[in-house]
Write a protein of this length. Structure first.
Length: 118
């Protein structure tokens, strides 16, 4: 999530004041590194009885544009070196070959480079 709105010093000072009010009223601490910081601050301000916290939220909203939630994207199941890899089940021929290969190697024994009967 884009946190470019946290660069402004005035915005950070308002958020610090809001964090202090939230800590005193709710007893919980709000982290600046939280991805949902603005949403969390807004939730606490809506639930708060303090007019000061609500006015701080209004100041914050006028200074920044609230970040829009990013649409949830479906992540492909397999990514290899940044590219999507198609998931395919092994073909029937491959399974038969693997079975033959396993059977063939079970019956052949090699000792010092020479085939030895089982």
């Amino acid at each position: 999530m884009d946190k470019s709105w946290l660069i402004d010093r005035k915005v950070v000072s308002i958020i610090k004041a809001m964090r202090g009010h939230i800590r005193s009223e709710f007893g919980e601490s709000v982290s600046l590194t939280n991805d949902q910081l603005f949403v969390q601050l807004k939730g606490y301000a809506d639930a708060s009885r303090s007019q000061q916290l609500k006015s701080l939220l209004e100041q914050l909203e006028t200074m920044i544009q609230p970040p829009e939630p990013e649409p949830a994207q479906e992540t492909p199941h397999k990514i290899y070196r940044g590219r999507v890899v198609a998931e395919t089940a092994p073909a029937a021929d491959d399974r038969e070959y693997e079975g033959e290969k396993a059977h063939r190697f079970k019956s052949v024994r090699i000792y010092r480079g020479q085939r030895v009967s089982p």
